[in-house]
Design a protein around this ligand. Sequence first.
Ligand code: FAD
Length: 565
Amino acid sequence: MGVLNMTKKIVIVGGVAGGATAAARLRRIDEQSHIVMFEKGEHISFANCGLPYYIGGVIEERSKLLVQTVEGMSHKFKLDIRNLTEVIKINRNEKSVTVKHVITGQEYKESYDYLILSPGARAIVPPIKGIQEAKNLFTLRNIPDTDKIKLWVGEQKPQKAVVIGGGFIGLEMAENLHHLGIEVTIVEASNQVMAPLDYEMAQIVHQHIRDMGSTLILNDGVQSFENTGKKIILTSGLELESDMTILSVGVRPENELAISADLNVGSRGGIIVNEYLQTEDPFIYAIGDAIEVKDLVQQIPTMVPLAWPANRQGRIVADNIYGKNIAYKGTLGTAIAKVFDLTVAVTGNNEKTLNGLGVPFQAIHIHPLSHAGYYPGGHQLSLKLTFNPEDGSIYGVQGVGLDGVDKRIDVIATAIKAGLTVYDLPELELAYAPPYSSAKDPVNMLGYVASNIVDGALRTFHYHEIEKLISDGATLIDVREKEEFDLGTIPGAKNIPLSEIRERIVEFPKEKTIYITCQVGLRGYLATRVLAENGIEAVNLSGGYKTYSQAYGLKQQSTLNCINK
Ligand SMILES: Cc1cc2nc3c(=O)[nH]c(=O)nc-3n(C[C@H](O)[C@H](O)[C@H](O)COP(=O)(O)OP(=O)(O)OC[C@H]3O[C@@H](n4cnc5c(N)ncnc54)[C@H](O)[C@@H]3O)c2cc1C
């Protein structure tokens, strides 16, 4: 492997995603090194991501969560694993750590040549009135948390659960508790669940959660816990009964060790590392949820507590300790979650982020079928792409749907990483047969629509601009067929079906921009082309009435609807 041939002693703090990956890779690089992995918990290398599904009974055996045991991994990789041992201090001047056995309290020092910090993150527990007295309140991070929840469910047989926080883990827990037949209420302080989604995409999730029979309360937080947690009073004054409450309002990096060793942390508390994952101390590296990373697209600092970065960094850090100098270039934040029957996935920058940064961008929405319409079982999925309107470079994508979301997001994540632009997306030759896709895959479609915009062949407007446009006197034409229009349209829209547009061209005023809407954006685009040929300037509603109705929570379309014109 071309590595330096000197036996090293490497100490790792944290024995799960990042730490265990680093340990295994270190051993594969060098058979001689002394690798000590400290883990304050009992378990190492367990499947954090599977915990909600074990609670819900989808994963039936607890042992399946324990990917490696202390004995098994020690033996397999010749590691010195010390679980139930917390690292309590880094003594940088003497290159040692002070550790404490969590049961015996015994303290000692362990020297290192290189130290890897992978201590992860911890669940945020805000100082809400009554929270300390709440007996039915749980957070979820590790196996003991899981055991407590599982025990409570088994013994107390809760009828009603409240999940506080609508992030990935909160929603996975909501789904799994619902799966157990528990009535679930989700309380989210902001106006949407799943922060990496933009609002109109999150609205699809909101509707689905409600359709599945769970209660979703947005724009409301917890003011206090009463009666040992059995009653929850919200900021709005609303009172909820709860037999069990899951608190899932985010995580904060485990940075105390680093701070007390005078290592730099960023504004959100993440340990600062260079591109080789080295802190300012050349003998100390840090990885995983505890570090600040660069947003791969914008190259600005961010925090992304996910498993892929932790695993990737675990491997890189081992390589770099052995002189390979592999740069970690940044994190896209590619993420996916199952929310009841929906798949929700994202990568890169969404509109909220780009607006916040003041980065000029364009966004498009499409609602293609997951596979060929004539083959049974296709479902409409909703995709939103953000990109640079000047050069077509891709900023990010979000997808929500019953089927086929994951692979589209993964392809775009790959495209962003490879530096492809929207012009490259139509050129991607993706696997097609009717049960899987269409000859023009949704990824190709995103590329066609976005490149039309960059070329100036298509101008779009967005659902959130409509109200002002109408009040300013804009002309909005719905080009769907009359039967569709009659089922529901945007207030203020007039119906001129695409099929009649050429005969009725005189009805379009030439002196002003015409705003066009259709079902998903395709017929609207065709209409703008006809109008343009007739000297009429027209812009098309991104994602059509489908995006509009999703954004405003109108139930006209269900997520199972297959209209794709
Ligand atoms: C319920 C749940 C579901 C998740 N689902 C997903 C998912 O679907 N997809 C995804 O990408 N990510 C998911 N994640 C996030 C993912 O698990 C983390 O991003 C990943 O585990 C981070 O790896 P890490 O090594 O930084 O930290 P961890 O894997 O958390 O490991 C850190 C370990 O360090 C130990 N430790 C901390 N301080 C010390 C100390 N001083 N001394 C000794 N030991 C210490 C901790 O006890 C902990 O075991 C999920 C997380 C949870 C909790």
